[in-house]
Write a protein that binds this ligand. Structure first.
Ligand SMILES: *Cc1c(COP(=O)(O)O)cnc(C)c1O
Length: 363
């Protein structure tokens, strides 16, 4: 079935999500999978992604609001909230909606101890082993663990987790140091352990433990520089698509777009695409960044504007208005586009705006 697209659309491939979850399951067969679906499922649609990922064990989100949205649509799997603001309300809502709290600060611990709740709350204790962002320091961890163990509002046993700062690098030393610090604390404790996000799932099997926390891999994007997701057996989930609004004859030497940044070397045909930074396509994408028009690779030319961008179709182009334009997808990996732009693929997929329609595709 062909769909006439009138605006920028992110096609979300349901089966690819399930396929990627299965691939991760095979890589980490002794671990539970906590699917990280924060930031609107990395821009793929929070609720749709959660509904598609029926095979994972739990979900991880950054904000309490994300967790509440999931509960509102009837998601009943465990939901782990990583970055909740320390507050009494966060504690009572966690209890009411049966959310799992990541305890990252002493302030949260104080609220947890003072709260009057009718049911113990599930807790993962986050140990800071070197990222130095959120988490309880190694020095404080023993005392905090002790208090959590005796807190009537906490369901026992307490899970233990940490997050790596350099697991994308090939040298093992910094990651191994974090693992050692974690193990020094975690040894002999009964709760589940969790360390690995996408890079560590691929590169540091000794960190898989009881529960892995993939984000990027689920969406079929490689976190490793120089490696494409397809080489890892993963399938891209998102295709960012729009269409040509116009095909215009363009004389040699003439500029296009704001600032007249680019001039054609030869007489050519330019395609004007209904996609711009108002959709989340980066405004600073340089001329030469690839897009696909009816599957054919063509370069972006001139400056990206809010609603439009232009591509050089070449003098012999036969495409017409309405032709499908792909900014990234299976045939043009988002990693490749990210590399052209000098940004991370994480950022490209999560920065799409509300104007982009998300459409689940079930083949
Ligand atoms: C986002 C996040 C992940 C997932 O990271 P990826 O690199 O996308 O796999 C895992 N753990 C925590 C704590 C996170 O914030």
């Amino acid at each position: 079935m062909t769909i006439e697209l009138s605006v920028a659309t992110a096609l979300i491939d349901h089966q690819a999500l399930q396929h990627n979850a299965l691939q991760i399951r095979q890589l980490t067969s002794h671990s539970q999978i906590m699917a990280m679906i924060k930031a609107d499922g990395y821009g793929h649609g929070l609720l749709q992604v959660a509904q598609a990922l029926s095979s994972v064990d739990s979900f991880g989100v950054a904000r309490l609001e994300e967790a509440l949205q999931l509960r509102e649509v009837g998601i009943i799997k465990p939901i782990v909230v990583f970055n909740s603001v320390p507050s009494m309300q966060a504690i009572t809502l966690s209890c009411q909606y049966q959310l799992t709290l990541v305890l990252h600060s002493l302030e949260q611990l104080a609220y947890l101890e003072q709260a009057i709740v009718n049911k113990p709350i599930r807790v993962w204790l986050k140990i800071d082993t070197g990222l130095h962002r959120l988490g309880i320091t190694a020095q404080q961890a023993a005392a905090v663990y002790q208090r959590l163990s005796h807190c009537r509002n906490v369901q026992q046993p307490i899970g233990l987790l940490s997050h790596f700062s350099r697991s994308d690098e090939l040298t093992a030393e910094p990651t191994q140091r974090q693992i050692t610090q974690f193990d020094d604390f975690a040894r002999g404790k009964p709760g589940l352990q969790s360390l690995a996000s996408s890079c560590a799932i691929l590169q540091w099997p000794q960190s898989h433990r009881d529960c892995v926390r993939p984000g990027l891999l689920l969406y079929g994007i490689s976190p490793l520089s120089g490696v494409l997701a397809s080489e890892l057996g993963l399938r891209p989930v998102m295709t960012l698509q729009s269409q040509l609004l116009a095909v215009r004859e363009h004389p040699a030497g003439a500029p296009v777009g704001y600032g007249a940044d680019w001039h054609s070397q030869q007489a050519t045909r330019l395609g004007v695409v209904a996609l711009g930074y108002g959709d989340g396509y980066p405004r600073d994408a340089p001329s030469g960044t690839p897009l696909l028009v009816n599957g054919r690779r063509v370069p972006l030319v001139g400056r990206v504007s809010m609603d439009l961008l232009t591509v050089d179709l070449g003098p012999d182009a036969t495409e017409r208005s309405g032709a499908a334009v792909t900014a990234w997808g299976a045939a043009l990996p988002v990693e490749t586009v990210a590399q052209h732009l000098g940004v991370s693929a994480y950022e490209l997929v999560t920065r799409l705006t509300n104007r982009v329609i998300k459409q689940i595709v079930i083949k």
